[in-house]
Design a protein around this ligand. Structure first.
Ligand SMILES: Cc1cc2nc3c(=O)[nH]c(=O)nc-3n(C[C@H](O)[C@H](O)[C@H](O)COP(=O)(O)OP(=O)(O)OC[C@H]3O[C@@H](n4cnc5c(N)ncnc54)[C@H](O)[C@@H]3O)c2cc1C
Ligand code: SF4
Length: 803
């Protein structure tokens, strides 16, 4: 097998790998390095995260299990710092050296940060990755005033997001018009008026020369001497190809890494793709051309007949609610161009097509973009416009007639290059009936999502009478089926289904093996419904649960034994120390959940270490109860009013190992000083005089959220009863992989309170909980006792995939 190494784990690179796997899944042993600590995610949707339309979990394109299933060794949070093209080897910042036969560089871009005094102050950021996004969201919680430098696509999307986060936003722009490279002055002024109506303030023709403040930014100074206040500054003035890694390698770099029409660099067997690559003097900054490049590169690297990449014309849209715009090609008239224009100032609709010699060379649409796909096709295919009516007249969505008259080669999903013909063919040959399925099978709608209404119209047109609009829109478990979560649970109950394969068979999954999204979900729902009778399908679980250990990013594992309520003993500490020493554990660390973690453990050492520890698994890897963090409480603390440790230990002992839709963390504090941070846990308990307050749906992770008060109770017994009922209701009604915070927001806190207020309901929920809890056995001990399990999961052979 040839060794293929890729530097960069982003959108263009991983799409190239997907294309390679489609063409030749067995040809390469693949290793990917990603500087960011995440699997590949949809960077385009960062704007939607900032605007509050989606969350981080939902923008993951390729989850960790995808890498594992495709035997890809992934090193996240690891930067390649050097390429030795002579020895054909890459070296990472952690000293790891990996040899390659073929090397793909897909390192993307960095935000361009103005080289002005103060640009390094706290509170100044670009808008490029999850970290930038988190920083903006956190700033909005504490500060009120943001300034975005740059009135282009990214700047305006960032500004809209910051408005949604409750900040006052000024947008500073150097030029007299917004998005001046995509819009002409009329469209630009319509856009500005709309955004001003939404609450944005514009400071036009201002050149920033200094960022003010001591450590943290307090404002900006402009060239004309004026100043503006700012607690947060977002620089969105452009991007710069990230070519740092090739610096001393001899690979030729201009603005980007220079590639030919097959994405080959100046050094044999080294390729570049995405925003780091410069092709025919152009560096592209939108995914559509990058995905085209990825396709050509995949064909080339797999040895097929690759069609050369000849460059792309790109179309731009803005992802801001209330703004409908599209732009492509040339913007400005010259002596050789003629315009076709419609301007309805009253309705805020403006359309202009620039033509030269009967061909469309530029498009600007504002307020009504339904002609964009047709016009874009005419532009890219150089179709003669003589006698063709350029604009549709009615303002509704694309009618069925229009779909019928739409040529098969018309591009529907610009980002992924999917045509109407490809969608129709997939619907017809694969029996697709929902939008999700079409997206899964064709990639249409997988990136910015703007084409989804059009894909839906094509689905309706292709299915004719068989089209069921409600069913088509519904969110199915995954692309293997049209069935939603509710339907799946109903069907399992009604048909008495008891196995993962059986579910997929009987309910006619279109992929008989299922996928990494549906298999763990089915396994969970079966276990939840059949309570104590269900035989868990270990191989359908997510990789960490299957191994009962977290895979670390270097392919080793971690061992985190249970420490109930964060309380330990000298004897347990001795055992941990001895095991750590004997097995040369490189890192022994206190975890955030008050336990001791042993990191960097070899897979084959796991069973022996577990045996010598002789402690239960802490399930630090599971969709289950992780930890119950406790404060010292009334036993030792002078403020404590309740015994927090005793309650924490009782809770952890009762609910450990319980399968839940997502991980669950608890905290118990014995007084409102709240030293265990119970206010940001899935369930938090705070001792008060004469009882406990129970908080729910808190989250201390990426989507920071304080818990809501569910109720106050008097005794520890009542705490246990309410917690059992709450957890069981969550288990029975949440979607698999839905955190309690999201679940409560979806179903409503008042609804949950109402359900749990009824004593009979609480009793019934607790009975089902108790029945379920009977089935669990300690998994580390099971592995120690069972040679079959040891052979299958822990014998020495290479494990791929990482975290
Ligand atoms: C907020 C935002 C909104 C956007 N909206 C749109 C849109 O609406 N439509 C559109 O088409 N495009 C949009 N884009 C652009 C689109 O996201 C990019 O074109 C695309 O992500 C580029 O893919 P890439 O693989 O080249 O780079 P990236 O996705 O940036 O991936 C590169 C990866 O390589 C990693 N890396 C870099 N150096 C190293 C190294 N030495 N070792 C290991 N890893 C390394 C980086 O950390 C990064 O994770 C948007 C971008 C942003 C930031
Ligand atoms: S939460 Fe209150 S009782 Fe618990 S340790 Fe802190 S101060 Fe003491």
């Amino acid at each position: 097998m040839k060794k293929l190494v890729m530097i960069g784990n982003g959108m263009a690179g991983v799409r190239t790998i997907e294309e390679i796997l489609k063409l030749s899944p067995e040809q390469f042993d693949i290793t990917i390095f990603g500087q960011e600590p995440y699997p590949n995610y949809n960077r385009i949707k960062l704007s939607n995260i900032l605007q509050g339309d989606t969350n981080f979990d939902e923008i993951i394109i390729n989850p960790l299990d995808w890498y594992k299933e495709n035997n890809i060794q992934l090193f996240t949070g690891e930067t390649v710092v050097n390429i030795d093209v002579e020895a054909k080897r890459v070296i990472s910042d952690q000293g790891r050296e990996v040899e390659y036969d073929e090397l793909i560089i897909a390192t993307g871009s960095n935000s361009f940060i103005l080289p002005i005094p103060g640009a390094d102050k706290i509170g100044v950021t670009g808008f490029r990755d999850i970290q930038d996004c988190e920083m903006m969201i956190k700033s909005a919680e504490r500060y009120k005033k943001a300034v975005v430098i740059g009135g282009g696509l990214l700047g305006l999307e960032a500004a809209r997001g910051l408005l949604n986060l409750g900040m006052k936003v000024d947008v500073v722009h150097l030029m007299p018009h917004l998005m001046e490279r995509q819009l002409d002055p009329i469209a630009s002024s319509l856009l500005r008026a709309e955004l001003e109506a939404q609450g944005m303030n514009f400071l036009m023709e201002k050149e920033t020369v200094e960022i003010l403040g001591d450590e943290r930014v307090t404002g900006l100074r402009f060239k004309d001497g004026s100043e503006v206040e700012a607690d947060l500054v977002v620089m969105a003035i452009g991007i710069k190809s990230n070519t740092a890694v090739v610096k001393s390698s001899g690979i030729y770099v201009n603005r980007g890494i220079v590639v030919n029409d097959f994405m080959e660099t100046s050094i044999p067997n080294v390729y570049a793709v995405g925003e780091c690559a410069e092709h025919r003097e152009i560096v592209y900054g939108l995914v559509a051309p990058l995905y085209e490049q990825g396709k050509v590169l995949a064909e080339r690297i797999c040895g097929g007949e690759a069609k050369p990449y000849a460059g792309s014309v790109t179309g731009t849209q803005l992802k801001v609610a209330g703004v409908d715009l599209f732009s492509a090609g040339e913007i400005f008239e010259d002596g050789s161009t003629k315009s076709i224009m419609v301007y309805n100032e009253y309705d805020g609709i403006y359309k202009r097509v620039l033509t030269r010699n009967n061909l469309i060379v530029g498009i600007v649409l504002y307020g009504d973009t339904k002609d964009s796909t047709k016009l874009f096709r005419m532009l890219t295919k150089k179709e003669d416009i003589s006698g063709v009516s350029i604009f549709q007249t009615e303002c509704s969505g694309r009618a069925s007639d229009d779909i019928a008259s739409m040529p098969n080669d018309e591009l529907v999903c610009g980002c992924n290059g999917v045509t109407k013909g490809a969608i129709v063919e997939a619907i017809q040959t694969q029996g697709l009936t929902t939008l999700d399925q079409v997206s899964y099978c064709t990639n249409a709608g997988r990136s910015c999502g703007r084409c989804k209404p059009m894909v839906s119209s094509i689905l309706a047109h292709t299915l004719g009478d068989q089209f069921d609009s409600a069913a088509a829109q519904k969110t199915s478990i995954c692309g293997c089926t049209t069935i939603s979560r509710e339907e799946l649970v109903e069907e399992i109950k009604a048909k008495g289904l008891t196995g993962v394969k059986e579910v997929m068979n009987v309910l006619q999954w279109n992929n008989e093996e299922g996928c990494t999204k549906c298999r763990p979900a089915i396994n969970y729902y079966l276990g939840m419904i059949h309570m104590d009778e269900y035989k868990d399908d270990r191989d359908s679980r997510l990789v960490n649960e299957k191994m009962h250990a977290n895979i670390q990013k270097d392919g080793t594992y971690s061992v985190v034994p249970r420490m109930y309520g964060g309380v330990t003993t000298a004897a347990d500490l001795k055992k941990i120390a001895e095991v750590a020493e004997k097995y040369n554990v490189p890192l022994v660390k206190l975890t955030g959940g008050q336990r001791i973690g042993l990191f960097g453990v070899k897979k084959e050492d796991l069973p022996a270490m577990w045996e010598e520890l002789d402690m239960p698994s802490g399930y630090a890897y599971g969709k289950t109860l992780r930890t119950v963090k406790t404060c010292v409480g009334a036993q030792f603390c002078r403020y404590g009013t309740q015994d927090s440790m005793a309650l924490g230990i009782e809770l952890e002992k009762k609910f450990e190992r319980l399968d839940t839709p997502h991980k669950v963390k608890m905290g118990v504090s014995a007084c409102p000083r709240n030293c265990s941070e119970a206010g940001i846990k899935d369930i938090g308990f705070v001792g008060i005089d004469g009882g406990w307050e129970i908080y729910v749906a808190g989250n201390g992770g990426v989507d920071l959220r304080p818990g809501d008060l569910l109720c106050k109770v008097k005794t520890q017994e009542e705490v246990m009863e309410m917690t059992g009922a709450y957890l069981q209701y969550y288990r029975e009604t949440a979607n698999y992989l839905e955190r309690t915070s999201k679940w409560v927001e979806r179903v409503g806190l008042d609804h949950v309170k109402e359900v749990l207020a009824d004593e009979e309901t609480r009793k019934a929920l607790n009975e089902r909980m108790d029945q379920t809890l009977k089935k669990y056995i300690e998994p580390w001990n099971e592995a120690i006792q069972n040679e079959e399990i040891q052979d299958k999961y822990y014998a020495q052979h290479t494990i791929k995939g990482g975290e």
